[in-house]
Design a binder for this molecule. Structure first.
Ligand SMILES: Cc1cc2nc3c(=O)[nH]c(=O)nc-3n(C[C@H](O)[C@H](O)[C@H](O)COP(=O)(O)O)c2cc1C
Length: 282
């Protein structure tokens, strides 16, 4: 790790723990900002800085968008009563202790995979938007919404805000669509709590697996990752101990996620809901 400052080396240490680290990272302010990411689940009651959401949306709209179709939307829930209604609806479905950050955060952003405008503008021109019936259209809009959200989250972090993605919004996909008046051909991919992090309760940077687990050159190597799983397990354990989290192995948590209907929760009805919303997924 030549040419890096101590602070930059420390960032890589936090990202990878004691695992093998990339040797030749080219550090720029943008890369450093990305490496510093951590989900924020404890917020101060402060209002968002003026212009925060507009700044995030400008960043979001600067992400690439499939075929320049702009098939995503953002519903920014800032109304306290509406946010509480969404919180209470989720709380009926999942364990309440996993959700306080929805109430604490001054804004709940709902990132929408949105082909409703494409459908309407096509029909306005006398066309039948049958291409939207295919699975790829759903995937395309979901990818666009995700890229937009990730650009927005980096913008938020760069102005001192913090975020946590909320896939748990899909557990209440149907109710949520009705609460926020979502049109046909639109679907909330995930939520995002947004606010100023409470420095007295912030978490640390969460380690990721060593690069050979996720990086393949030229052809996919199906077995290499096995050499690195125990190292990642150790890094995860170190993180959990440091954060005073309940004892749990990463492999065990993964096993639970892959084998538990409780983990899946309301998301098991997702296909039905998505099809009801007009995505035929052909
Ligand atoms: C699409 C998506 C959905 C997520 N949903 C939730 C969620 O519902 N609740 C939550 O507490 N964290 C959620 N997370 C945050 C992850 O748990 C978190 O990113 C992961 O543990 C890594 O931690 P880090 O973001 O601090 O690096 C989600 C992340 C992503 C990308």
């Amino acid at each position: 790790m030549t040419g890096l400052t101590n602070a930059q080396i420390d960032l890589l240490r936090q990202r990878y723990g004691n695992q093998v680290k990339p040797e030749k990272v080219i550090m720029t302010p943008v890369v450093e900002a990305m490496l510093r990411h951590k989900s924020v689940r404890t917020f101060l009651p402060d209002a968002l800085p003026e212009g925060a959401i507009e700044t995030m949306v400008a960043a979001a709209q600067s992400a690439s968008t499939s075929s320049a179709l702009n098939q995503w939307s953002l519903v920014a829930v800032t109304d306290v009563a509406l946010k509480k209604e969404i919180h209470d609806t989720v709380a009926r479905e999942v364990k309440v202790d996993r959700l306080p950050w929805i109430l604490e955060a001054p804004a709940l952003l709902l990132w929408v995979a949105d082909t409703s405008r494409s459908a309407a503008i096509t029909r306005d021109q006398g066309g039948d938007p049958f291409v939207l019936n295919y699975l790829d259209s759903f995937l395309m809009a979901s990818v666009d919404a995700t890229l937009a959200a990730q650009n927005a989250s980096l913008a938020a972090e760069s102005i001192g805000l913090g975020i946590v993605y909320l896939g748990v919004m899909r557990n209440i996909a149907k109710e949520l669509a009705s609460i926020i008046n979502l049109p046909e051909h639109a679907f909330v991919t995930f939520g995002m709590a947004l606010g100023r992090p409470d420095p007295s309760r912030t978490s640390a940077i969460r380690p990721r697996p060593a690069q050979p687990v996720v990086l393949h050159y030229n052809r996919y190597n199906q077995e290499d990752y096995r050499d690195y799983v125990e190292g990642y397990e150790q890094a995860s354990q170190d993180f959990r101990i440091q954060q005073k989290m309940s004892p749990k192995t990463w492999k065990g948590a993964l096993h639970n996620s892959m084998t538990s209907m409780e983990y899946l929760g309301g998301r098991k009805e997702l296909r039905e809901m998505v099809v009801e919303k007009g995505f035929k997924l052909l």
